[in-house]
Design a protein around this ligand. Sequence first.
Ligand code: NAD
Ligand code: LMR
Length: 342
Amino acid sequence: ALRATFAPKAQKENQNLTRNVQPQASYKVAVLGAAGGIGQPLALLIKMSPLVSDLHLYDIANVKGVAADISHCNTPSKVLDFTGASELANCLKGVDVVVIPAGVPRKPGMTRDDLFNINAGIVRDLVTAVADNCPGAFIHVISNPVNSTVPIAAEILKQKGVYDPKKLFGVTTLDVVRANTFVAQKKNLRLIDVDVPVVGGHAGITILPLLSKTRPSANFTDEEIEALTVRIQNAGTEVVEAKAGAGSATLSMAYAAARFVESSLRALDGDADVYECSFVQSDLTDLPFFASRVKIGRKGVEALIPTDLQGLSEYEQKALEALKPELKASIEKGIAFAQKQT
Ligand code: NAD
Ligand code: LMR
């Protein structure tokens, strides 16, 4: 959980809020697409992290005001704004974690793959700049379609000779956040206790919640499994339809991305107990990329967690086989796009 830096305790004791929250470490984080629907609340949440010393906000427009606004929060990190391609290199130099929510979101009736034509080029260009300016950084890709944009990022990094598969992450945390919320509601569990691994990818049936691996263990009827699985898979569309043309999930996504950033920073800071689900290069299945729980350490992915994929229910095993052709095609589409660029 995010360690909120405006704890009521500090207020009661009438302390200067910043005195209580000296940074325990000093990591630099860049958000690319920081003026967007996700970027703005994400930047605010990252500003609350005591692990961050520098927050670099980049967009092609409108980021000056966002940075000025957020910079007035009396939390330790220094906020700088960067506008347009000419300022991207300076934004990225020395950065430890780069988060990429740049790109267009869905409107009702669209699939995530419908975003490919615009977002593929955006991710290609941003990752090229990451390769040139902070090749050792953790890269968190949020831009959709994640099933293709992560393979694009990998190919670009390979072309630049700086690909470290341990440091490239597709952000699927929102799927876990949703699964935890929906399962806790359905089974009347304490939200804070619930953890459901979600594997596969991040679109439609490629999103596979492993309800049989829910912790604490819970029993589901077949109807509950079907309803929960479909709801988790369609939760993005649920938000797209509710927003009725005004975009897709931004606030819950910012929350989820901030959790993933915080986990990465804790790992960089030496916490040996950091586990998250993420879409990464993987040998857990026959697909080259696959979302699963991973252990994150100072150097990135320390281990993939294979146990979640063992002893699956019949429903999950079937769903796993069913998702593979779609996920494979999306991965190959991304790789082909990136290879065409050379
Ligand atoms: P948005 O349109 O509100 O914001 C996108 C921002 O990206 C804008 O500020 C825009 O100026 C900026 N941008 C465009 N091109 C850029 C470039 N070349 N360099 C830097 N910035 C650029 O969209 P949003 O709601 O914030 O969503 C962003 C992306 O995140 C979409 O592709 C969406 O599908 C995806 N998304 C992913 C998840 C996930 O779980 N991974 C969840 C929600 C949304
Ligand atoms: C989500 O899951 O909310 C995102 O991938 C955005 C979308 O298009 O659904």
